[in-house]
Design a protein around this ligand. Structure first.
Ligand code: TYD
Length: 206
């Protein structure tokens, strides 16, 4: 059986990932592909419990390394339970956030260091790599505007403006230095963004 694909979406909070994931899911399903959608942290029964611990505002005292290990723990479960079996069965897996979120949020914005985060995640990924990474880029100012429309904030969203500024800067850095990341201008109309994504995807599907 032909191996499937792992497609991941990355970007700061409010970059429109969920909308693009939905549009892509529909595009692929309409063309007869078997598509599995998942998200991080979470995506499995165990991972969703870990997600609740990570995002709970009552855990404001969580140590940064504890946070990084919990994200990696959720990822290890998702990879072994969902992603690897689906790819081995020839399916396309779309994941809303993956390891680059840890590199940016924990490695850069929480200042734990990219190499340490990569080390933890090498263990969690057990050799798996994404086939296509789409990074949705918006400016920090646009992100703040979109956030202002939101009513409730989880623990990560409550981590302060400086943390979020560093998330934006972090994404900018990895978008420029990691050659396997596809940078997408997410300030455009959502249908134009979708078209950009499809153009890149087609070269992988062929
Ligand atoms: P979620 O509600 O899924 O955010 P979004 O809708 O923006 O994707 O919450 C996930 C939060 O966790 C988000 O603020 C990003 C953060 N995160 C990390 O800090 N590290 C990680 O490895 C992942 C996957 C997410």
């Amino acid at each position: 059986m032909k191996r499937g694909l792992l497609i991941t979406f990355e970007g700061p909070d409010g970059s429109g990932k969920s909308t693009q994931v939905e549009l892509l899911k529909k595009y692929l399903k309409d063309r007869g592909y078997e598509v599995i959608f998942t998200r991080e942290p979470g995506g499995t029964f165990i991972g969703e419990k870990i997600r609740n611990i990570i995002l709970d505002n009552k855990n404001a005292d969580m140590n940064a390394m504890c946070e990084a290990l919990l994200y990696a723990a959720s990822r290890a479960q998702l990879v072994s339970e969902i992603v690897k079996p689906a790819i081995n069965a020839g399916k396309i897996v779309i994941c809303d956030r993956f390891v680059h979120s840890s590199i940016v949020y924990q490695g850069i914005a929480r200042n734990l260091g990219i190499e340490r985060i990569k080390g933890i995640n090498d263990a969690a990924l057990d050799g798996l790599e994404a086939d296509l990474i789409f990074m949705l880029n918006i400016s920090f100012e646009e992100g703040l505007k979109r956030k202002a429309l939101q009513k409730e904030f989880d623990r990560l969203e409550n981590s302060g403006d400086e943390f979020h500024k560093n998330v934006f800067l972090g994404y900018e850095v990895i978008g420029k230095t990691y050659s396997n990341i596809n940078n997408i201008d997410a300030s455009k109309d959502e249908h134009l963004i979708h078209e950009d994504i499809i153009k890149i995807l087609q070269s992988k599907l062929n």
